[in-house]
Write a protein that binds this ligand. Structure first.
Ligand code: NAD
Ligand code: MG
Length: 397
């Protein structure tokens, strides 16, 4: 890559982060960056995907669903269209790209990250599930194949800015902030009656459905804590979560001398995306900075054990291994779908995660580290069946 030229693939282009990545790409191009779009991918065919193809003219396309691929091929006969998980892996392994942007949601993003790292690629990673499930194994792949990862997550982006050029041995704690989601301070009884609409109404960020529900159970925060542990190898007892309802301090680093650095900024993912795309460059983003002179209130409180049971379960899975994390992640995907479909109540998501972890440990199938992708996908498949078979909970009318 020369300073202002970039060939990139964008996985998950039709999602919240995918669309914002294309907006950043427009901005970079209008600032003189020569960006070639090697591939766009999505789970399904959609009007949005078709519009993106017409507007951005990628060199190739990938969709998870093979029938959708055939329909897209008919509309765009000159465009190579890859299909299914293998098709997406083919795109992730391409040698002729500088940067793989992985904005796929869920475990479906793991093979993309894995394949790109095996090909020694640089990755701008929004798919936090990759880091959360397979952190130690991905570190092995990084060491062996010479790739690199820059996380797009706002918390990791904040830590990165606070830590760049510092010595990790001077760090006493990482402080990862969490909005607490829409249900901060609700009682157990209130939580029983939560509707999907209420859970999808995040107080401070507009995001895809899965991460929005994960932000209300704090599964999302658990993934970020595991991701931060993976990136910096700071032990878990020195990574704390602070509930911070304004979501303006995106995370902080406390040093042994008693000083704390925080990254504070607007709630706009395009800053983290742009920095991940052009790292180590920095460029005016056109996004309004915070206006401190107008008065800004920042509040913090500790996350208490037991306050968000799903958070505790995911961190317990991290203590078991990558198979347990793959299982808990897959169960979470299934339980969220079942909650959104009205089959189970909100607290059953957290209960189902704990049941999944308990059963996984009873079965004793935990793979060693480094794990194989097949072992993690097997854990994923097992947990999808298990979580899908948990009995529905009666909804109150
Ligand atoms: P989203 O649901 O809006 O978009 C997900 C994208 O993945 C879509 O393009 C979808 O078509 C694609 N996809 C879904 N299933 C697929 C499959 N089986 N195979 C291939 N592609 C598939 O999600 P999002 O909010 O953009 O989040 C994407 C990722 O970024 C998640 O891992 C999330 O945790 C992370 N993230 C999101 C935000 C945010 O603000 N939205 C912030 C930080 C991190
Ligand atoms: Mg985040």
């Amino acid at each position: 890559m020369t300073a202002h030229r970039l060939r990139l693939t964008l996985f998950g282009s039709t999602g919240s982060i995918g669309c914002q990545t294309l907006a950043v790409l427009d901005h970079l191009r209008s600032n003189g960056w020569d960006i070639e779009l090697v591939a766009l991918t999505a789970g399904h065919d959609s009007e949005r995907l078709r519009q993106q193809v017409q507007r951005y003219q990628p060199e190739s396309l990938g969709v998870a669903d093979p029938d959708d691929a055939a329909a897209l091929q008919q509309t765009f006969p000159d465009l190579p269209v890859e299909a299914g998980p293998q098709g997406l892996e083919n795109l992730a392994a391409r040698e002729d790209v500088d940067l793989v942007v992985n904005a796929t949601v869920g475990a479906a993003g793991l093979p993309v990250t894995w394949t790109a790292l095996r090909a020694g690629r640089r990755i701008a990673l929004a798919n936090k599930e990759s880091l959360a499930i397979a952190g130690e194994t991905l570190r092995e792949l990084l060491a062996r194949h010479g790739g690199s990862i820059v996380s797009i997550d706002s918390e990791h982006h904040a830590l990165h800015q606070c830590l760049e050029g510092r010595r990790l041995e001077d760090v006493s704690r990482l402080l990862i902030t969490a909005s607490g989601g829409p249900f901060l301070h609700l009682t157990a009884e209130d939580l029983e009656a939560i509707t999907p609409e209420q859970a999808l109404a995040h107080p401070t960020w507009s995001m895809g459905k899965r991460i929005t529900i994960d932000s209300s159970t704090l599964v999302n925060k658990a993934f970020e804590v595991i991701g931060a542990h993976t990136i910096y190898q700071i032990p878990y007892p020195r990574i704390d979560v602070l509930l911070h309802p304004q979501s303006l301090v995106h995370s902080m680093v406390e040093f042994i001398d008693g000083s704390t650095l925080a990254e504070v900024g607007p709630r706009d993912m395009r800053i983290a995306i742009q920095n991940a795309l052009i790292y180590p460059e920095r460029l005016a983003s056109g996004i309004e900075p915070l206006r401190w002179e107008n008065g800004i209130e920042l509040a913090f409180e500790p996350l208490r054990r037991g306050q968000y049971p799903a958070y505790d379960t995911v961190l317990a899975a991290a203590g078991v291994g990558e198979g347990a994390l793959a299982a808990v992640n897959a169960a979470d995907e299934v339980l969220i779908d079942r909650f959104l479909a009205g089959e189970i109540r909100f607290p059953t998501i957290a209960k189902g995660l704990q049941l999944t972890l308990d059963r996984w440990q009873e079965e004793g199938q935990e793979p060693g580290v480094p794990a194989t992708l097949d072992a993690l996908l097997a854990a994923d498949g097992w947990a999808r069946r298990f979580a899908g078979s948990l009995p529905p909970s009666d909804r109150r009318s």
